[in-house]
Write a protein that binds this ligand. Sequence first.
Ligand code: PPS
Length: 428
Amino acid sequence: MEIMLHNLTVTRSRFSSALYFKKCSQINFTKFYSKTVRLHPKFCSRQKLKPTLGLQHGLRIDFVKIPIRWNSGGSGNTESRRQKLLLATYVSFGIGGILILAITGREINKARLRFHGIVEVDDSAWKRVKLYKYKDVSIPGHVVKILDNIENFQVREDDIWVVSYPRSGTTWTQEIVYLIKSGLNFEAANSQIIDDRFPFLEFMYPGIQNVGSMSSPRLIKTHLPLGLLPKEIHEKKPKIIYVCRNPKDIVVSYYYFTRMMKPVTRFKGSFDDFFRLFMQDKVPYSPWWKHVLEFWQKKDEENVLFLKYEDLKKDLEGSIRQIADFLDKPLSNLDVKKIAYHCQFENMKKNDSTNFSWGTKLGILDLTESQFMRKGEVGDWRSHFNQDNNEQINKMISFRFHNSGLRFDYDIKDPVLDSSPSDVRTVV
Ligand code: PPS
């Protein structure tokens, strides 16, 4: 019995099966193009041929000039297949190479940073934010890049610095300082964004270079702790206003701020997640307690004014006078009232030059998550903290501050509320 299979399209599996046939039945195969030998029993059953049949019936199968296709039913010739394979190989090598380079580059960068004492903070709660530890302080990636520029930033004696841990009332203090220094320039305060009038040293906009070249007297905001401020700050001794706030309200405010910055932070955690990060010093500019304590210890130095958010809240006019005296710019009562009116929470919230609404246009803020000027209250922590949060923070405070003489207000009994006469409202 003889079976001739002419012009059969031989796939890898068919070919292997054919070889198996050959082995079983000593059949002569005329031409094969493949070198792969692998048995696919499915072929035999699909073709209704059993290898054993060959033995039983002395089958002879001839394969004549069989073109080999690696995929049954596919098109194209061997050469184009070969080229495609080659291309696929090159592409895989290319991608592999890029990946290896990227990983190696990252590792080299990490090693370089480690060499300079900068270590990456690893926490899955931060999806996008790269956080690093430098001199025991958590700092964001964009600050790491300019650490040298910060250290060597040329300080001027007539600079005025507002320094704080984030969410402590920095913007509020800045606005008061700006109005005092500018001779109550409400027009500019209402039309120029605060980042232009009172730039943030380590932020991308307007950039440390531009802050450096501003004309004197410069007004500079920073969240950097004492240990990371420019070296010259200790020689030139410019006026520094440090503003602090009770940590319970800070952590709540910082949590909403981080959510508001979602386009940048991608933070999706709960308040409890953020609370943990805060307590573990894994949020930018932490540890909070050290930030505050270091400046508290400097509070009696002539060029330093130490303020508390809660005191501004309790007595805004008194705080404005205190700031004006510190800046050697004593104010009339009416001027104090004008500034106080402009700097009321609701007015600063409405003012597009202080409420950071421009952040939405830049795509860095999501104001549906929270507002920059959120509540402006003392004691909002009560609607967020559970007992455990409260105990943890109280413990930290008594451990870090028990000998310091610094006390925090967590509630305000009778704040001096808006007492501005109507004439101020019409003037401002
Ligand atoms: S930042 O992003 O770190 O510079 O924020 P910072 O300006 O330090 O702090 C923001 C919080 O201060 C509140 N704030 C005010 N409270 C009362 N009165 C006025 N005028 C005022 N201006 C700003 C602001 O609302 C933030 O606090 P929360 O508790 O989130 O409202």
